[in-house]
Design a protein around this ligand. Structure first.
Ligand code: SF4
Ligand code: SF4
Length: 445
């Protein structure tokens, strides 16, 4: 019998072999970091420090009272050199704290014994997660403490850990499950306790046997948590697809996982929850996969938040110069965002830096639509991407909304399969942006 999965989707070339067996190594301590005050979905933080202040590793340097937000912390010890607008890998400029390091390193795990979950209340877990600035580490960067506070009347029956990592090239989640399964499992138990969920699941694609084995051994027969082995298919790690594949529940359009009694967190997020509760360590570093056919030595590195892409890439031998076109992405090739400069920092949501040296699917010239319907067959949300692309780029919002353009999860399957190389996702994003702008205008009127 085949493994569980969802309807439609695609099977791109994964290229995981470049880094799947490479253990995580610590990147060199950066001399300078640029820490954006917005690295999460929600309200940006306000600076809590000023130019010239001395800061220590893990010190909170930005926060805001808004419910949907997450504080940011100094990832190195040193002096605040400046607070200024700086380029963010999400493609915008964001107020950022620049810190010049003094070379000091704190050992967060020293003295941290095996933590006792019974000593934490649900409220205490949520508060510690917020204070540590933890956000979804699969790339979405939604504040975890907000996910753990469902509205009154909503019951969470299950927490699913997302260990799918279906994006080509990326293996950061794979490595964290293989190398630190105890942290992942302990973090899952803490997340379950925070929302009172009686059941937990870890969804892992079949192509990660080392991770499946490590998590299984770490669970050691805990009856309330189960591993669900899923077919390796893109976008298996999208929340709606994962919930359907794992539990057979469909999240209706416009609804959230909590509306079907579920919350989903990334395996890296669970490990960060462990570190926050057991070691009082805020989210100041993360595992990043640096890969692609344009990187000399693909690696998995634990990188301080705020380290520049340029510095990270230099620790991987730099970019392969074959004279062709180069595309550097924050994330993987399907959903990643192309960068115009390497002078951007690793942020909490940077799961990978992918360098594609030629034949990029994103920059190829496109041809007219031949109505082949391949995009329709691939769309996991059962949408009509060829229509949505046209409506989005032409700003035809009534038609875009009628054809459910806002339900697009931006997985990029349609663009990937299109024989005419039409940048459907790019156009659909334009449509979604215009719909958001229209909604914002009607609120302010
Ligand atoms: S329309 Fe959206 S959800 Fe459907 S394949 Fe394209 S990007 Fe994915
Ligand atoms: S896959 Fe491309 S060519 Fe085929 S219907 Fe969709 S947009 Fe048109």
């Amino acid at each position: 019998m085949g493994h569980k999965t969802f309807e439609r989707g695609i099977h791109p070339a994964y290229y995981k072999e470049l880094t799947a067996a490479k253990r995580v190594e610590c990147a060199a301590l950066p001399k300078t970091v640029t820490i954006p005050l917005q690295q999460h979905a929600g309200a940006p933080c306000e600076p809590l420090v000023k130019k010239g202040d001395l800061v220590h590793e893990g010190q909170k340097i930005g926060d805001v009272k808004a419910f949907v937000s997450a504080p940011v912390h100094a990832s190195i010890s040193g002096k605040v050199k400046d607070i200024e607008l700086a380029q963010h890998p999400g493609g915008i400029r964001v107020l950022s704290v620049i810190i010049e390091g003094d070379g000091a390193i704190k050992d967060w795990e020293a003295g941290a014994g095996k933590p006792d979950l019974s000593s934490f209340t649900s409220e205490g877990i949520r508060e510690a997660i917020r204070e540590a600035g933890i956000v979804g580490m699969g790339g979405a960067a939604f504040p975890t403490s907000v996910k753990l506070a469902p509205p009154k009347g909503k019951t969470i029956e299950a927490v699913i850990l997302n260990g799918c990592e279906c994006e080509p090239y990326l293996t950061a989640d794979h490595r964290i499950m293989a190398e630190e399964p105890e942290k992942v499992v302990w973090g899952l138990k803490a997340l379950m306790k925070a929302v009172g969920a009686p059941k937990g699941f870890v969804g892992i694609e079949e192509n990660k046997p080392e991770a499946i084995k490590a998590i299984k051994e770490s669970l050691n027969g805990v009856p309330e948590i189960r591993i669900i082995v899923l077919e390796a298919k893109y976008p298996q790690g999208a929340e709606k697809m994962l919930i359907y594949a794992a539990l057979g529940r469909k999240v209706p359009s416009g609804k959230l996982p909590l509306d079907v009694g579920v919350i989903v967190n990334n395996v890296g997020t669970a490990a960060a929850v462990y570190e926050a509760l057991a070691c009082k360590k805020p989210l100041i570093e993360r595992i990043v996969t640096i890969s692609g056919n344009g990187v000399k030595e693909p690696r998995n590195l634990k990188v301080r938040i705020g380290t520049s892409f340029e510095e990270v890439l230099s620790q991987c031998g730099g970019i392969t110069a074959d004279g062709g076109e180069i595309e550097v992405l924050n994330g993987g090739p399907m959903m990643g965002i192309a960068q115009s400069t390497l002078n951007v920092p690793v942020v909490k949501g940077t799961s990978g830096i992918t360098v594609i040296s030629s034949g990029s699917i994103k920059s190829a010239p496109y041809e007219p639509c031949i109505k082949c319907a391949r995009c329709v067959e691939a769309c996991p949300m059962a949408l009509m991407p060829y229509k949505l692309g046209d409506y989005g780029r032409a700003h035809r919002l009534p038609e875009f909304k009628d054809w459910q353009g806002v339900s697009c999860i931006e997985c990029g399957c349609c663009s990937y399969v299109c024989p005419s190389k039409r940048p459907l996702l790019q156009w659909i994003r334009i449509g979604k942006l215009k719909v958001r702008q229209e909604a914002a205008k009607s609120v302010t009127k």
